[in-house]
Design a protein. Sequence first.
Length: 461
Amino acid sequence: MSEKNLEKIISLCKRRGFVYPSSEIYGGFAAVYDYGPYGVELKNNIQGVWWKNMVQDRENIVGLDSAIFMSPKVWEASGHVSGFSDPLSECKKCHTRSRVDHLLEEIDVFADENMTEDEINKIFKKNKDKIKCPSCGSKDFTDAKSFNLLVKSNLGNFTGKWDEEPTYLRGETCQGIYVNFKNVMDSSRVKVPFGIAQVGKAFRNEITARQFIFRTREFEQMEMQYFVEEKDATKEYKRWKKERWEFYVNDLGITEKKLRWHEHENLVFYAKEAWDIEYEFPFGFKEVEGIHNRSDYDLTQHTKHSGCELNYNDPKTNKKFTPWVVETSAGLTRTLFVVLCDAYTEEKVGDDERVVLKLKKELAPVKIAVFPLLKNKPELVKIAKKIFDNLKTKWVCEFDDNGNVGKRYRRQDEIGTPYCVTVDFETIEKDDSVTVRDRDTMKQERVKIKDLEKWFEKKFV
Ligand code: GAP
């Protein structure tokens, strides 16, 4: 898929109400997006499929919804206050700020995530002649400086000097899971191995935020932390890698050959092993989900900093230990982008062309559209409304009587609606049947009104 298609997807998202730029009437707000009527349905559906797979279909994974704000001590203990940063440089000509590791990547030089400012500056200077500013093409940059990604706030601080003692908007959802480890253990019947899953907002002061909703400053994550004995960590890690790959292929219907694995050689401060699942976006293969073996780092850190022992007493062996964590960490908003890119299709239809989102039925924002053939025939409208009222009690439906049927099909194709029902003259004159048109094959079938619900039940199993 080309960069040109990226422009088309962005345009479709705005035009059809999937994704809007934030605060657009005020000129926009960089790297933040809003989700429109179809976008929120699609996002909820992806989240629902993930929640079912990770929580509801499993016996030993429970859910959590922790607050976005936490004690600032959480972020000191986790290492984010001191170590969660990216190297930033400014173009001296146009003042565009860029991530130095990304500038280096463009010329196939890869920086280690754990490098100090001095180390990264050495490599940056060595390659300066080859690196160009992405905005103006200049080769004149300031030295790289470490820039902390945590977003600060003044919540609960009324001194006017909040910047010295900030609270933070969470930079990842999993910290809420670690600090509730004991609460979940004490209040439910979980036993190691078990997992805690959560979906929610995360915030990062990303230096460069291009590529639409790929990297934004406010985004959503779907994370699961699986607590295991140290001896089982490698085995469980392998299992979760396999399970998460299968989720994209089977549950979301993503084209398997557009996915690949990427191993992290330079690990972030907490990880023992880390692999990413990458998707081939219009701008190349990029990370969608990280699967990390985080060892006992997080629970140990929070035990040290809080004074509260976050360990597990095995009732069988009476052995006390700090569990290790296998983490699966996916971006919900980034996954939505993957789903849109993968579903976007342009097809020739006779001399015409149609754009169709070939979404998996479970993910489609609208499942069934119902039309009367003509808007100005009350007898057709009445029957179509009745069918719509009945079907919408079971599925998300849309009633449309604008324009001609061909245009309505195109509109529904563009938002990925799997089926369109049309009430026409045959319905009233002949046999009480309607046409049901399939989004992918465009084939039409006549179905009796009395059988419609059963017909759809079979299609949406
Ligand atoms: N708890 C581990 C963690 O947060 P990460 O690799 O920093 O790991 C996990 O993030 C996932 O969250 C990424 O694979 C990506 O899908 C999503 N993500 C991270 N930063 C993002 C951003 N700025 N915008 C959108 N999604 C982001």
